[in-house]
Structure formats: structure tokens, C-alpha cells
Design a protein around this ligand. Structure first.
Ligand code: NAD
Ligand code: APR
Length: 227
């Protein structure tokens, strides 16, 4: 079993901002205002407009060679679990199969009242109502700080069976994703970090390759597939 975890860095060369690099999203916005349930309760329009802008960016972006390389890997092998912290759909648009979005998906909307999910409209507004229960409780289908990420049981089960864990384009600064390398290591997996520069958890990995994802990820997939 190969478990691949991606973060904002894999989408950086597609033009989507990361969070903690210089000029990242958390230097432009206070995450407490736009990425927490409390922020949404205080000012739903601010939060919905923050995600409307990120959805516009994601729609305008195109997958880069790193996304295409991982799609090729998921098509070539059936023992790969691709987990992403990203809420964009660039992995899917590159052709990756069965992408596990642990922080949700910006292209979907969620009803906070009944849990119904549907494709997000162009622009979400606080006056929107749920198409299933009509409650005025719609929100982007993303996981905010303080909320429980999705699919943790499936991810833990895959890490327990992993022979290889690879983290790509993530700073290793937010849990539980930052703890996956330790779980994989405890299960006896080889661990590899592919990033622009060593992350906060670089020391926990057996090896690292550093540089732009659009260059180092295709090279790593080619090595793995023996091309
Ligand atoms: P955490 O403890 O894992 O990490 C960050 C904590 O530090 C947060 O509580 C945050 O409020 C605080 N913080 C303050 N300033 C920060 C900054 N500049 N950068 C980073 N953190 C800062 O967060 P958590 O509350 O345990 O989150 C629970 C889950 O929600 C995690 O899995 C997280 O990845 C996820 N999440 C998703 C999004 C999103 O936009 N999809 C945003 C935030 C968190
Ligand atoms: N190629 C490879 N790595 C890159 C590139 C690139 N072109 N550009 C940036 N990076 C690396 C940075 O060096 C950094 O280590 O990607 C990482 C991005 O880290 P963050 O901005 O912290 O993004 P991420 O790790 O995905 O954040 C985790 O925090 O706010 C929450 O839910 C949000 O999913 C996000 C989570």
C-alpha cells in the first residue's frame, strides 16, 4: 500500500495560493475570521466571499505536471491511496481516481442543518437555502479549524498497511495530517517528503527530495513506475 498525502504546495504552480508561505492566505486573512465555525457565525458573508474567491481561483486554475504524475500513478497501480488536504479539484481534473479529500471540497456546498451536499453554485450567499430541507444554513463543504476532518478511519487503516508514505507540498504544521508520517513509520513504512524546502516535520521522514512539485513529483513517479 502506498499512501500519498498532498497539501497546498502541489497546487502552487497552478496559481493557487498556499497558506503559510510568504504572502500566503494566512498572511492576507485572519484564519479565525474565515476558516472557523465561529468566524462563519460572526460574519457569514465574509466567509462565503472568501470561499467564493477560492472557488473562482480553483475553476480558473489548471492541473500542473505534479497533479498529472499522481493521476498516472493512481491509474498504473491499484494499491495507491491519494489523500489531499486541498479543497481544489485539480487532482480529479488531472484524472486521479478515488481522491480522499480530508478537508472537504470547495466545489461542493453543505447544509449545516441536514447535512445535504450538492454542487456549489457560482457564488454562495448567506440568503441561500438548502435544496433538500430549505434551511438557510448553507456553507462551503470544507473542514474548518476546530472541526473533524473527513475519512480519518480509512486513512488510518491505509497507513497501518503502508509500505511507503509520501507527503507532497505540505508544511506539516496542521494536525492530524502532520501526524501521518509518524503513523506510517510506526507501521514500518518507508517515508519520503517531496517539498519546495524541508517542512516542519522533515526530520520525521526517512528521505526528502526538494524542489518545485512540477519537477520533483513527475521524476519520483517515473522512478517508482520504472520508466
Ligand atoms: P490545528 O490545531 O491543527 O492547527 C492550527 C491551529 O492554530 C488552529 O486552531 C488555528 O486557529 C491556530 N492558528 C492561529 N493562527 C494560525 C496560523 N497563522 N496558521 C495556522 N494556525 C494558526 O487546527 P485545528 O483547530 O485542530 O483544525 C482541525 C482540523 O481542521 C485540522 O485537520 C485542520 O487541517 C482543518 N482545517 C481546515 C481548514 C480549511 O480551510 N480547509 C482550515 C483550517 C483547519
Ligand atoms: N512545490 C512543492 N512544494 C511547495 C511549492 C511548490 N511549488 N510551493 C510551496 N510549497 C510547499 C511550502 O514549502 C510549504 O511547505 O508547500 C507547503 C505549503 O504549506 P501550507 O501553506 O501550510 O499548506 P498546507 O500544508 O496544505 O496546510 C495544511 O492548513 O490551513 C489549513 O486546511 C488548511 O489544508 C490546509 C492545512
Amino acid at each position: 500500500m502506498i499512501v500519498v498525502l498532498t497539501g497546498a504546495g502541489i497546487s502552487a504552480e497552478s496559481g493557487l495560493g498556499t497558506f503559510r508561505n510568504v504572502g500566503g492566505l494566512w498572511s492576507q486573512y485572519d484564519l479565525e475570521d474565515v476558516a472557523t465555525p465561529q468566524g462563519h457565525a460572526r460574519d457569514p458573508r465574509l466567509v462565503l466571499d472568501f470561499y467564493n474567491a477560492r472557488r473562482d481561483g480553483a475553476r480558473a486554475a489548471a492541473p500542473n505536471p505534479a497533479h498529472h504524475a499522481l493521476a498516472r500513478l493512481t491509474q498504473a497501480r491499484d494499491d495507491v491511496l491519494l489523500v489531499t488536504q486541498n479543497i481544489d479539484d485539480l487532482h480529479e481534473r488531472a484524472g486521479a481516481r478515488d481522491v480522499v479529500h480530508m478537508h472537504g471540497e470547495i466545489m461542493r456546498a453543505l447544509c449545516g442543518a441536514c447535512g445535504h451536499r450538492w454542487p456549489a453554485p457560482e457564488r454562495m450567499a448567506p440568503t441561500d437555502t438548502c435544496p433538500a430541507c430549505a434551511a438557510p444554513a448553507t456553507r462551503p463543504d470544507v473542514v474548518w479549524f476546530g472541526e473533524m476532518p473527513h475519512h480519518l478511519d480509512r486513512i488510518a487503516e491505509a497507513l497501518d498497511r503502508a509500505s511507503l508514505f509520501v507527503a507532497i507540498g505540505t508544511s506539516g504544521s496542521v494536525y492530524p495530517a502532520a501526524g501521518f508520517v509518524a503513523e506510517a513509520d510506526a507501521a514500518g513504512a518507508e517515508t519520503l517528503e517531496l517539498n519546495l524546502e524541508p517542512s516542519d516535520t522533515a526530520g520525521a521522514f526517512d528521505a526528502g527530495r526538494y524542489g518545485p512539485a512540477s519537477e520533483i513529483v513527475p521524476a519520483w513517479v517515473d522512478d517508482l513506475l520504472g520508466r
